[in-house]
Design a protein around this ligand. Structure first.
Ligand SMILES: *Cc1c(COP(=O)(O)O)cnc(C)c1O
Length: 464
């Protein structure tokens, strides 16, 4: 025992170890030395109790690693979104409703009937939980959900168009969010892209002339993030459906940000609802779950029994499958849509998009008043501005809003913003010429106290 105690590594030796140096660099010498003392005390006690900890140097470094990692904050953390972008892809897009959150927690914390048919006791399908809801809400014959909308488009092409040609308008060969590029998804889906028309104009005859024996599908893509204005022509969905019928070729439409209700007087887009697209006779419609729908990340596919049924049988579906947390949250999100008035209040995405300007104004004035008290050295004011619906969905849509502007003499807004990003929760706003701007559309009043704490802490830290 005494021999073992004598063999405990000395601090000098420990401070030369590679892992120890790594932690010193990350957390500072004092923190690491204190932790090492604690580790050595623990080991000494263990030895006195009669346990042999094995190689002592290895044991010390191992225990130190555990302590240091436990010490680190979670990398994944809450961000207070002061940008006003309601569907911010980098900040996780849609915020889930209370009902959807509860459903996800339920799925996470216990066993469930994910793939168990409780009537028969036999194996069930994970898709069964949302199929009927999606049929009722869109009027389509069949539905399927996968991991995200990119996966939905891939699955549609792989199932319906593999080995043949797919006709797409040149004006719709878009890239969305840097990682979803229509020509590349087509390549992955094993279908040959046949471009028709020109960037600004595509006529029905262009599609007609492109259709050959090899054509398997006509694809229509929502050009979410750009718009061609001026001298333009696109072929209507009804005309494409009619052409598809004549030639017996399915029409697939990637709606991007499909939505199920009108936003009333707050309508922010002239896009049709999913049920309207479906009633035009499109065979397969795909859209994201975490854009305007305001649900979990997933790709929703609705359409004809024939097309969607074939997609369900495709082996690729297994590789693209949606997880149980998302299924549960999606069912709760969709269920709210059965009451179109209530969903506008209960779904956070729809609620934020619909906030009236006078409500935003009074929120901004009140938040500015509260922040001015916390930040006596700064000038805090409320001002009119514009918010955006979201980079991942309708980046072109601008909504009138109100913001809080924080200005301070000799103030380095870069440093302040960087400090705020490193806090837990992090606070992210916009910056403009010595001004930090917080859009009240995306900051819940429940977070205001915290915003005040974060700003005044950062202020003090930067003063030092
Ligand atoms: C957003 C978008 C996608 C990608 O959807 P994810 O759910 O992010 O995979 C595909 N197509 C269009 C038109 C989009 O707007």
């Amino acid at each position: 025992m005494n021999e073992l105690l004598r063999q405990l590594p000395k601090m000098d030796l420990l401070l030369e170890q590679g892992r120890v140096l790594h932690w010193i660099e990350r957390k500072g010498r004092t923190r690491v030395v204190n932790a090492l003392r604690q580790v050595l005390d623990d080991l000494r006690r263990q030895i006195l109790e009669g346990t042999d900890p094995g190689d002592l140097l290895v044991a010390v470094v191992h225990k130190l690693n555990l302590m240091m990692v436990a010490d680190e904050r979670m990398r994944f953390r809450r961000v207070i979104n002061g940008t006003g972008v309601v569907l911010h892809t980098n900040m996780g897009r849609a915020v889930l409703s209370e009902a959807a959150t509860e459903a996800a927690v339920l799925a996470a914390t216990g066993y469930s009937n994910l793939e168990l048919d409780l009537e028969s006791g036999e194996r069930g399908s994970r898709y069964s939980h949302v199929e009927e809801l999606l049929r009722d809400l869109t009027g389509c014959e069949d539905a399927l959900v996968v991991n995200n909308n990119a996966a939905a488009v891939l699955l549609a092409l792989d199932t319906l168009a593999k080995g043949g040609e797919t006709v797409v308008s040149r004006g719709e060969l878009v890239e969305i969010g840097g990682s979803f590029r229509v020509p590349e998804v087509m390549k992955l889906g094993g279908t040959t892209l046949v471009e028709v028309g020109t960037t600004n104009k595509t006529h029905l005859r262009d599609y007609e002339q492109a259709i050959t024996e090899e054509t398997r599908a006509i694809l229509k893509v929502h050009t979410s993030n750009y718009r061609i204005v001026g001298f333009t022509k696109e072929v209507s969905r009804e005309e494409l459906v009619e052409l598809g019928r004549q030639k017996e070729i399915p029409v697939i439409e990637d709606l991007g940000s499909g939505f199920l209700v009108d936003l009333g007087e707050f309508n922010i887009t002239d896009e049709p609802r999913v049920d309207q697209v479906a009633s035009a006779g499109v065979d397969v419609i795909t859209f994201s779950g975490d854009k305007l729908l305001g649900g979990p990340q997933c790709g929703i596919i609705v359409g004809s029994k024939r097309a969607v049924g074939a997609m369900k049988k495709n082996q690729l579906t297994r590789a693209l499958r949606i997880d149980k947390l998302s299924i549960a949250a999606l069912e709760a999100t969709l269920r709210a849509y059965l009451n179109p008035e209530r969903v506008l209040e209960e779904n956070p995405t729809l609620r934020m998009l619909r906030l009236p300007v006078d409500e935003l104004e009074s929120r901004a004035r009140e938040l500015a008043r509260q922040l001015q008290i916390r930040l006596p050295g700064a000038t805090v004011s409320a001002a009119q501005d514009v918010s955006r619906a979201g980079g991942g969905s309708l980046p072109l849509v601008e909504l009138p809003t109100w913001v809080v502007r924080i200005q301070a003499p000799g103030f380095n807004e870069e440093l302040w913003a960087a400090h705020l990003r490193r806090q837990t929760p992090a606070l992210v706003g916009r910056r403009k010429q010595n001004t930090l701007i917080l859009d009240v559309r995306t900051v819940d009043p429940e977070q205001w106290g915290l915003v005040g704490d974060l700003l005044s802490d950062a202020w003090k830290a930067l003063e030092e």
